[in-house]
Design a protein around this ligand. Structure first.
Ligand code: NAD
Length: 327
């Protein structure tokens, strides 16, 4: 990345350099390259460290076409909020694929939020009906605002309808809707399902929230919250009856939303399609206005490396990048 040492890209730099459009392009392209085999995620490490209730891990991979090699390290520290810090903490290390030297350290917190929002936005752009007008939000935590903003850029939505387990969080999400110029309505989960053309689920739920019978034909659902064994946002019958797309099939059936339908024998891996196949034009995606499409986002390291790589290149191009030497 830099011939003169290790490039430092801070959280503030990332906020200035990266917007939702740059994240969208990076995530769409990396999903395509994962599907074509040019880019590969490596096995994820995730462990409870037995201290501070923390979950700690690494996600890594290599994208040959952009020569991006690296790892995102960090995890979840539930007590951070009380100290005025974000519970999710992460940093991306990028390495020179020719030599293995560390080339950049990039703050990962803001990038994680925009790469996750970009994943659902790419699914909406790729799979939802073009005439979708109602956006449904299930969840109103840290990620939800980023999700709403990125989704609003994909379709001409006319309103947002939302539910959250903690209703007191909803006004914050309402402010984001107002900022992007959309009317906002709080509702029950069933009302969200019955009215919305596109639904984003972004909660830490361990029990199904969306029921199969509530979903109308033609709906697109971006399941963003389930990224760990045991979590669940959608009834397994709904996963089984939808056209299912994902970032990584093996993660979808082990830690993603499809894990329950898969364990119950309601879906097989060959019924789950990499979203990158639709991006690359090797799968048609939605083929009928009545299809129910479901994107099972499990979160992959290459998404983080793709946005971190773009942020690092933009920092270099801006000409005022900080670097350090470690010999
Ligand atoms: P957060 O802690 O800020 O928000 C959690 C949300 O879940 C809130 O809306 C909260 O009200 C809701 N919630 C809490 N308990 C619930 C329950 N029992 N039933 C239903 N809802 C409940 O978290 P966040 O940073 O907004 O992340 C939300 C989820 O997205 C988490 O599960 C996180 O692991 C996941 N995530 C996924 C990806 C990905 O790539 N797919 C990336 C980042 C985060």
């Amino acid at each position: 990345m830099s011939d003169n040492g290790i490039l430092i890209v801070t959280e503030d730099d990332c906020k200035q350099l990266m917007d939702s459009g740059a994240a969208f392009d990076a995530v769409r392209d990396i999903f395509g390259r994962m599907a074509s085999g040019e880019a590969r995620n490596f096995p994820v490490v995730r462990e409870a460290i037995g201290h501070a209730d923390a979950l700690y891990g690494f996600k890594s991979g290599f994208d040959r076409s952009s020569m991006t090699l690296g790892v995102k390290g960090g995890g979840y520290w539930p007590g951070n909020m009380a100290q005025g810090l974000t519970n999710h903490q992460s940093t991306v290390c990028l390495f020179d694929p020719d030599t293995g030297r560390l080339s950049a350290l990039v703050g990962g917190n803001y990038l994680t939020a925009i790469r996750t929002a970009a994943a659902s936005a790419v699914s909406i752009a790729t799979l939802s009906r073009e005439n979708s007008t109602v956006l449904g939000m299930i969840g109103a935590g840290h990620q939800a605002g980023f999700q709403l903003r990125a989704a609003a850029e994909q379709r001409d939505f006319e309103k947002v309808i939302a539910w959250n387990y903690h209703p007191e969080y909803l006004p914050n999400l309402g402010k984001v809707a107002e900022e992007v110029g959309l009317p906002f309505e709080a509702a029950t989960i069933e009302q969200v399902c019955v009215q919305a053309d596109v639904i984003i689920t972004i909660t830490s739920s361990f029990a199904p929230l969306l029921m199969n019978d509530w979903i109308r034909p033609g709906t697109h659902i971006a399941c963003m919250g389930t990224d760990t064994r045991g979590k669940q946002e959608v009834e397994s019958k709904l996963v089984a009856s939808a056209k299912v797309f994902t970032d990584e099939i093996d993660q979808s059936t082990s830690i993603g939303e499809a894990q329950h339908a898969f364990a119950e024998g309601l879906i097989t891996k060959d019924r789950i399609t990499p979203l990158g196949d639709v991006i690359n034009g090797t799968h048609p995606g939605r083929s009928d206005d009545d299809d129910i499409t479901l994107f099972d986002s499990t979160g992959v390291g290459l998404q983080d490396l793709a946005v971190a790589g773009v942020a690092a290149r933009k920092a270099m191009d801006a000409g005022n990048a900080q670097t350090i030497q470690i010999g």
